[in-house]
Design a protein. Structure first.
Length: 91
């Protein structure tokens, strides 16, 4: 059974590699957030959920449909609008 990857609880990025994990204030690994959102125990972007969606929207093409097609920006934004309210930072 394939295990689903951890997701950053701020931007939804899959946390598949240890180098993607954020860091706590003491420098230890934080597996809840990615390094692009959370470093040294602090969020790098002080923003609303909608602002985070706009920051992430340019990366929509990196998300793939089951058949391998990349998401369009519009599809990515819609996906994020459904996903982000379930993430710890935005609950």
């Amino acid at each position: 059974m394939k295990q689903e990857p951890l997701l950053c609880q701020s931007c939804g990025m899959p946390l598949e590699n240890p180098e993607h994990f954020g860091t706590a204030a003491d420098g230890s690994v934080d597996t809840d957030y990615c390094i692009f959102c959370y470093r040294n125990g602090e969020f790098l972007q002080q923003c609303t959920m909608e602002e985070m969606i706009e920051l992430c929207a340019p990366f929509s093409e990196q998300i793939k449909h089951e058949d391998g097609r990349p998401y369009t920006r519009e599809e990515g934004v819609e996906l994020m609008r459904r996903l982000f309210p379930t993430l710890a930072r935005w609950r």
